[in-house]
Design a protein around this ligand. Structure first.
Ligand code: SF4
Ligand code: ZN
Length: 309
């Protein structure tokens, strides 16, 4: 392999056709992408308290290390570790999650479905409520558990390890399901309209899945890589495969999908904003969006022959 494009040291990874980087340069490029995402989507205010949803898997472990490194003492970090209650699978992940948090001196809080909702995931799977899929049920309770603990900790943000692949998959899933409501709600800026929901942020949204694995390797991070016995997101997996192939043959596909949604939401928002701005027609008093404050009817009336205002 050739040398690093930036510093000429020993190469570590070829991130695309023309970029070869050493461990140090790759690490700093990845951290820059996180800073970029935080800035672009106005994710974090100075001196805020942030809880990280820490599973022990590569995404959340990398997220926690990067946030600690780039935000340092500007913010206060906590880790929330959710124990879904899956025998033979979850305890190992929890152990690794706790170990990582301890290493960074970040206080870790373990919460469980059993304590919060009276049943472990194993127990829920015996009688699947509402005939939903395992990941559907589990995801719902995970969101709830993280939010509950985040509220208890009185944090300003809840950060999750969703990466660029996850985000592009979710966008495409909403498209193929025709779920326009979810599509328009899936924004990357923290939502602050409901005080019972801690605003969520996804600082890894500009980092791809392979980059997360490389980051973990380059920085010797220990993570949990076992497969959950209930994993069943068949449709998401087929979309993932499709998108990974696209990304491989057309680098930038994932980013294009995210940018596409960003732009679309911006346009819709502008339109909605414009629509929201109504004036009282100065002739008849009916609402109008016309900047000259005349409704369409009154404008017509003013132009009819023989009518003098
Ligand atoms: Fe839950 Fe599905 Fe993840 Fe298993 S794979 S922990 S069921 S969301
Ligand atoms: Zn380098």
């Amino acid at each position: 392999m050739k040398n690093c494009n930036k510093c000429q040291k020993e190469a570590f990874v070829q991130t695309n056709a023309d970029v070869i980087l050493c461990k140090t340069c790759f690490t700093s490029v990845t951290e820059k992408k996180v800073k970029q995402a935080i800035k672009k989507y106005k994710m974090i205010q100075y001196e805020s308290k942030i809880a990280i949803g820490l599973s022990g898997g590569k995404d959340s472990v990398v997220l926690m290390h990067i946030l600690k490194k780039i935000l340092g003492t500007d913010v206060k970090l906590f880790a929330i570790i959710v124990d879904e209650g899956v025998e033979g699978y979850r305890p190992h992940g929890i152990e690794i999650a706790v170990k990582n948090a301890e290493k960074l001196l970040i206080p870790a809080h373990v919460v469980s479905y059993k304590n919060y909702f009276g049943n472990s995931l194993d127990e829920m799977m015996v009688e699947r409520p509402l005939g939903k899929t395992s990941c559907g049920i589990c995801g719902t309770f995970r969101r709830k558990a993280l939010n509950k603990k985040a509220l208890e900790l009185q944090v300003d943000y809840l950060a999750t390890g969703h990466n660029m692949d996850d985000e592009a998959e979710s966008i495409m899933l909403n498209v193929v399901r025709g779920d326009s409501r979810r599509f328009t709600r899936q924004t990357r800026e923290p939502d602050k309209f409901n005080e019972k929901l801690v605003p969520r942020i996804k600082p890894l949204v500009l980092v791809t899945q392979p980059e997360i694995v490389w980051y973990a390797i380059a920085n010797n991070l220990e993570y949990h890589d076992d497969v959950c016995p209930y994993a069943n997101e068949a449709r998401r997996n087929s979309i993932r495969e499709f998108l990974q192939k696209q990304e491989k043959s057309h680098t930038g596909t994932l980013k294009n999908i995210i940018n596409f949604q960003d732009k679309l939401l911006e346009q819709i928002e502008e339109e909605l904003e414009e629509k929201k701005e109504l004036f009282d027609c100065k002739r008849c008093g009916e609402p109008t969006d016309d900047i000259n404050m005349l409704c369409a009817g009154c404008k017509l009336i003013g132009n009819l022959p023989g009518i003098k205002e």
